[in-house]
Structure formats: structure tokens, C-alpha cells
Design a protein around this ligand. Structure first.
Ligand SMILES: *[C@@H]1O[C@H](CO)[C@@H](O)[C@H](O)[C@H]1NC(C)=O
Ligand SMILES: *[C@@H]1O[C@H](CO)[C@@H](O)[C@H](O)[C@H]1NC(C)=O
Ligand SMILES: *[C@@H]1O[C@H](CO)[C@@H](O)[C@H](O)[C@H]1NC(C)=O
Ligand SMILES: *[C@@H]1O[C@H](CO)[C@@H](O)[C@H](O)[C@H]1NC(C)=O
Ligand SMILES: *[C@@H]1O[C@H](CO)[C@@H](O)[C@H](O)[C@H]1NC(C)=O
Ligand SMILES: *[C@@H]1O[C@H](CO)[C@@H](O)[C@H](O)[C@H]1NC(C)=O
Ligand SMILES: *[C@@H]1O[C@H](CO)[C@@H](O)[C@H](O)[C@H]1NC(C)=O
Ligand SMILES: *[C@@H]1O[C@H](CO)[C@@H](O)[C@H](O)[C@H]1NC(C)=O
Ligand SMILES: *[C@@H]1O[C@H](CO)[C@@H](O)[C@H](O)[C@H]1NC(C)=O
Ligand SMILES: *[C@@H]1O[C@H](CO)[C@@H](O)[C@H](O)[C@H]1NC(C)=O
Ligand SMILES: *[C@@H]1O[C@H](CO)[C@@H](O)[C@H](O)[C@H]1NC(C)=O
Ligand SMILES: *[C@@H]1O[C@H](CO)[C@@H](O)[C@H](O)[C@H]1NC(C)=O
Length: 296
């Protein structure tokens, strides 16, 4: 990618947490002890080919009523959730002596579903899966909690999930202590403020400060064997944030020194995720590229 200085203006989507469906499931072993607990909201956006050879996206929210046949505890700890007309969503877990993670995420969708795919050209079951971790590794006997949304892109499918409570390898049928995802951890002020807020009810107005040019950072993503995405850029963002019901525009830089990055590459889609102290910017590269989401 060209060396560039990108000034990006974004509108923060806020977390428009509408009350949509959420499912809650518990997987038990033969002796009725819980090994997996999961509750979350997921939206799937699936691109399919219609009978007039056009592509169309359909979005479905995982409903609150699901079944969990095919899930298992033990050597293969698998959450296999089935919903609607022959759709399956599954997470395969792995652990070492300290942590566990979801090692394989897959969605099997059935285009025979006349409600979702009335005009699908190819009828049948399609599988879209990835090794991308659904969440960061979690210490054993801890419950992963993440209120913020996150997305995983697999072939033809974008999975958006939020308000996740999940634990695999549950011990003694009791959820362990909470493990908060990094996106949810609030920023800690660098210095203690000595002045107390004034007693009046007015909101302190953020004073706009002149802002330096952003530092150029170099980011690369490998597909396992080769670097597949290379970006060199300085990022300055102008974002609108909701402060006490009012939109406030704030300009800030992404500092490469404090920014962690990750990503993945697929045939058709690639992802570059930059995580600065309290900001996550995700670049999704499709045929063109666009910023899918930014969380602050
Ligand atoms: C489907 O959604 C993806 C990601 O949101 C988008 O890039 C793609 O253009 C959409 N396809 C159609 C046919 O609208
Ligand atoms: C999830 O999908 C449902 C149904 O299509 C839609 O109403 C809702 O707005 C979506 N939610 C998000 C956060 O995308
Ligand atoms: C989930 O269950 C369905 C139906 O039993 C099966 O076809 C599918 O392969 C299972 N998924 C996984 C990842 O095992
Ligand atoms: C495509 O499928 C829809 C729904 O089954 C049908 O109404 C329509 O006539 C089909 N169009 C073509 C070109 O086959
Ligand atoms: C996941 O990774 C394993 C090896 O680590 C590989 O065998 C498998 O094909 C990968 N699966 C996907 C869907 O990329
Ligand atoms: C998030 O999930 C919890 C249960 O795990 C539920 O009580 C809460 O209402 C949900 N919040 C939103 C905004 O969906
Ligand atoms: C498991 O839970 C039961 C009931 O809550 C409790 O009596 C028992 O001490 C627990 N065992 C361990 C090893 O934590
Ligand atoms: C798991 O975590 C819970 C809560 O922190 C604790 O009470 C329990 O003893 C732990 N169980 C084991 C086996 O470490
Ligand atoms: C900041 O405040 C906390 C709690 O009020 C206090 O424990 C800590 O010592 C303070 N730190 C500094 C640098 O003043
Ligand atoms: C990485 O990309 C290169 C070049 O496109 C390809 O040859 C290689 O097979 C890819 N590796 C993986 C693990 O996908
Ligand atoms: C980043 O680190 C370099 C080297 O330590 C330093 O020269 C530079 O000023 C830092 N940039 C920012 C924006 O903190
Ligand atoms: C993705 O790449 C694999 C291996 O190169 C190929 O078999 C598959 O057809 C590709 N998928 C798409 C949708 O291009």
C-alpha cells in the first residue's frame, strides 16, 4: 500500500443496542455437569447468489430459541447451536493448562430456507468457517464477558456479535470469575484529578486542543506463511461521540507506539485491526476497502 496520511472522518455508530434476540445455552456432560455456558447476540450477514445471477446480502439475527444437539463436552468441547431452518453455528474449544479459546468458528447455512433465501440460485447447505479466534484466550475457570461488539468475516459471511457471556471448561457447574474483554475495559486517567467536579449540573465542555500531525505507523498482517497486508499510514480521526446526550466532535491521533494490531487475510476479504489504548479501528478490505467499525 502507498505511504499515505489518511484523514478519516467517521461517524461513530455508538452501540445502537437495540433489543434484539439473544440466545442462552448450557451444555452438560453425561453426568449433568455444565461444561459450556454461552449467552450472546449474533447477527449474520450472508451474501448469496440469486437466481438472476446477482448477489444479495441477507441479515439474520440468531434467535433466542436454539437447540444444541451435536454439542459435546470432554475431549471435543464443541458448542453446536442450531436455529431456524437448518442453520448451525458452532465453536470448537481448545485449552492448555492456563487458558482456553475458540479455535474454530463455523456457520452452516441452508439456502433451502425459503424465508431467508427465497431466490437463491444454489440450494443446499454451505459452510463458512475460520480459525480466527472468536475471542482472546481466556484463563481457565473464568467467564469471558464482552459487551462491545466484534465481527468475524468468513467467506460470504460477516458475523457480528455482542453482549457475550461465555465460558467453556466450566468447573463444578459453576461459572468462574469474570474476564472482561479488552474492548470493554475503560480507560484509566493518567493522573488523578485534584479538582472535584463543580456542583452545577452543566457538562464540562471538552476544550479543543490544537493537534499534532499523526505519526506514521507500519502495520503488516501475515496469512500464516506470507505477509498479505501491508499498511503504512498516519491516522487522525475526527469522531463524534455521545457525551451526555450530545454529539461532540473530537479529533485525535492513533499513536503507533501504543497501538497493537492484528488481522487476517482471506481469499476475498482481509482485516486489519488497530487497537490503541481505548480505540479500535477495523479496516475491512473487500473489493474496495471500507472501515467497518470503530469502537471507542
Ligand atoms: C454484502 O455485505 C458486504 C459486507 O458488508 C459488502 O461488502 C458487500 O458488498 C455486500 N454485497 C451486496 C451484494 O450487497
Ligand atoms: C441484527 O439484525 C436484525 C435483523 O436483521 C436487525 O434488526 C438489527 O438491527 C441488527 N443489529 C445489529 C446490531 O446489526
Ligand atoms: C453441528 O450439527 C450438525 C447437525 O448435527 C452437523 O451437521 C454439523 O456438522 C455440526 N457442526 C460441527 C462443527 O460439528
Ligand atoms: C427466482 O426465484 C423467485 C422466488 O422463487 C421466483 O419468484 C422468480 O421467478 C425466480 N426468477 C427466475 C429468473 O428464475
Ligand atoms: C485451521 O488451522 C488448521 C491448522 O492449524 C488447519 O489444518 C485448518 O485447515 C484451518 N482451518 C481453516 C478453516 O482455516
Ligand atoms: C446483555 O445480556 C444480559 C444477560 O447476559 C442481559 O441481562 C442484558 O439485558 C443484555 N444487554 C443488552 C443491552 O442486550
Ligand atoms: C462443587 O460445588 C458444590 C455445590 O455447589 C460444593 O459443595 C463443592 O464443594 C464444590 N466442589 C469444588 C471442588 O469446588
Ligand atoms: C473457579 O472460580 C471460582 C470463582 O472464582 C472459585 O470459587 C472456584 O474455587 C474455582 N474452581 C477451581 C476448581 O479452581
Ligand atoms: C489516585 O487515587 C487513588 C484512589 O483515590 C489513590 O489510591 C492513588 O494513590 C492516587 N494516585 C496518585 C498518583 O495520586
Ligand atoms: C498465503 O498467501 C500465499 C500467497 O497468496 C499463498 O501461497 C499461501 O498458500 C497462503 N498461506 C495460507 C496459510 O493461506
Ligand atoms: C514513538 O516512539 C518514538 C521512539 O521511542 C519517539 O521518538 C516518538 O516521539 C513516539 N511518538 C509518539 C507519538 O509518542
Ligand atoms: C479460495 O481459495 C481456495 C484455494 O486457493 C480456492 O479453492 C477457493 O475456490 C477460493 N474461494 C473463492 C471464493 O475464491
Amino acid at each position: 500500500m502507498e505511504r499515505c496520511l489518511c484523514y478519516v472522518t467517521l461517524c461513530l455508530l455508538g452501540l445502537g443496542l437495540l433489543q434484539t434476540d439473544a440466545f442462552e445455552v448450557e451444555i452438560k456432560d453425561g453426568s449433568k455437569r455444565t461444561c459450556i455456558y454461552a449467552s450472546m447476540k449474533i447477527n449474520f450477514t450472508i451474501e448469496y447468489e440469486t437466481n438472476s445471477s446477482k448477489f444479495r446480502n441477507v441479515t439474520l439475527a440468531a434467535p433466542d430459541s436454539v437447540t444444541t444437539e451435536g454439542s459435546s463436552c470432554g475431549e471435543t468441547t464443541l458448542l453446536n447451536v442450531s436455529f431456524g431452518n437448518g442453520h448451525f453455528w458452532s465453536l470448537l474449544f481448545m485449552k492448555n493448562n492456563k487458558e482456553y479459546k475458540a479455535s474454530l468458528l463455523s456457520l452452516i447455512y441452508n439456502t433451502n430456507d425459503m424465508v431467508l433465501f427465497p431466490d437463491a440460485k444454489n440450494k443446499g447447505q454451505f459452510t463458512s468457517s475460520t480459525n480466527t479466534s472468536f475471542f482472546e484466550p481466556v484463563p481457565l475457570n473464568s467467564t469471558y464477558k464482552c459487551f462491545h461488539d466484534d465481527a468475524v468475516i468468513t467467506e460470504h459471511v460477516v458475523q457480528l456479535y455482542w453482549n457475550v457471556t461465555l465460558q467453556a471448561y466450566v468447573e463444578n457447574s459453576t461459572l468462574g470469575k469474570d474476564f472482561q474483554c479488552s474492548a470493554d475495559i475503560p480507560t484509566t486517567p493518567t493522573a488523578n484529578t485534584t479538582t472535584l467536579p463543580s456542583t452545577t449540573a452543566t457538562t464540562p465542555k471538552p476544550t479543543p486542543k490544537p493537534i499534532d500531525k499523526p505519526t506514521v505507523g507500519n502495520y503488516s498482517v501475515s496469512n500464516g506463511t506470507e505477509v498479505c497486508l501491508l499498511a503504512s499510514m498516519g491516522l487522525q480521526l475526527n469522531a463524534s461521540m455521545l457525551v451526555e446526550g450530545k454529539n461532540v466532535w473530537t479529533v485525535f491521533n492513533i499513536n503507533p507506539n501504543t497501538t497493537a494490531y492484528s488481522g487476517n487475510c482471506g481469499n476475498e476479504t482481509s482485516l486489519l485491526r488497530l487497537t490503541d489504548t481505548n480505540t479500535v479501528v477495523e479496516f475491512y478490505f473487500l473489493i474496495a476497502f471500507f472501515i467497518k467499525q470503530m469502537l471507542i
